[in-house]
Ligand binder design. Structure first.
Ligand SMILES: Cc1cc2nc3c(=O)[nH]c(=O)nc-3n(C[C@H](O)[C@H](O)[C@H](O)COP(=O)(O)OP(=O)(O)OC[C@H]3O[C@@H](n4cnc5c(N)ncnc54)[C@H](O)[C@@H]3O)c2cc1C
Length: 267
């Protein structure tokens, strides 16, 4: 969960711990060893710099990087994190060569920098743009916000735009609006929980990013934040948005708007 600010990554940590998962951080994988007398189905040990952990099954989630060796060898210019540099029409720096999807760099609409985002949402859109242009049409890719959603058991996790650290690296001075609230109206029988964090620009209140961790589908509210980011809304604008409300769905102030109100106080 390195794409979240630590305050929200901690909530994911809590959700895992509540499920009985032991989370071991800052520990380096050294080897995967079959147990003596074991073998393919006999289990084994995950060996780290701190010792051995017995395991029946190992799932590796080690991140993604673009496989662009062949492009580099062919002289195609690369960009962020080794992804292929493209223009707004998905043309590379080599005549007649187009790139889209996980292998290609994209423009980040908030940081205004090239970045690499390995997501199916982006692959589909950049592929569509490349296809239209290759077919003789005209289309441009408008860039990304890094909007993504996932879940750990019943806890959903959504993020978009810049984290606090990314915003500061991009040169923004920031304020944060954080709300620890319920998904449904608080007096409902099982209202769930929602942690919302909005990163805004100091002074202007312009929204720079947002993260949500919570139950009952609340993480999908990240799309409200993404739409606000796309159109350069401020936390003042967010508060004014005419969002829906009924007790089984949310409080009268949507969780995102509750965080915007906190951000406004911090501004
Ligand atoms: C486990 C997992 C879960 C994911 N979940 C989500 C999700 O929930 N939401 C989301 O937005 N994204 C998700 N993604 C990311 C998403 O799947 C990718 O971003 C998307 O598939 C990228 O599409 P692509 O066409 O660029 O690349 P790919 O889908 O990787 O396709 C590339 C193709 O090129 C082929 N190929 C490679 N080298 C050569 C070669 N030399 N010659 C010929 N063919 C070659 C490969 O075999 C492959 O078929 C997930 C990815 C993984 C791995």
């Amino acid at each position: 969960m390195g794409t979240l600010d630590p305050e929200l990554a901690d909530r994911v940590h809590d959700a895992l711990t509540a499920k009985g998962v032991t989370v071991r951080l800052g520990e380096e994988l050294r080897a995967l060893e079959p147990a003596s007398g074991g073998g393919e189905s006999g289990g084994g040990n995950v060996v780290t710099d701190r010792g051995a952990v017995p395991a029946d099954l190992v799932v590796l989630g080690m991140g993604v990087r673009p496989n662009t060796d062949r492009a580099r060898e062919a002289g195609v210019p690369l960009s962020a994190r080794g992804a292929i540099a493209v223009d707004r029409r998905q043309r590379t720096g080599s005549d007649g060569v187009w790139a889209a999807g996980d292998c290609a760099a994209v423009h980040h609409r908030v940081s205004q920098q090239p970045t690499h985002v390995a997501l199916g949402t982006v692959a589909n859109k950049t592929g569509r743009v490349a296809g239209i242009n290759l077919g003789g049409g005209y289309a441009t890719f408008k860039g990304v916000l890094g909007t993504a959603i996932t879940k750990v058991c019943e806890v959903g996790i959504g993020r978009t735009g810049l984290t606090s650290r990314e915003a500061e690296e991009a040169g923004f001075e920031t304020v944060v609006g954080a709300a620890d609230t319920t998904v449904q109206a608080g007096y409902m029988r099982a209202p769930g929980f929602a942690h919302v964090r909005l990163v805004c620009e100091q002074g202007t209140g312009r929204l720079l990013g947002g993260q949500i961790v919570g139950t009952q589908g609340v993480a999908k509210h990240i799309d409200t934040v993404a739409t606000a980011l796309w159109t350069d809304l401020t936390c003042h604008d967010l508060i004014d948005l005419d969002l829906s409300y009924a007790p089984p769905f949310s409080s009268v102030w949507d969780p995102v708007q509750q965080a915007a109100r906190v951000a406004l106080r911090a501004l």
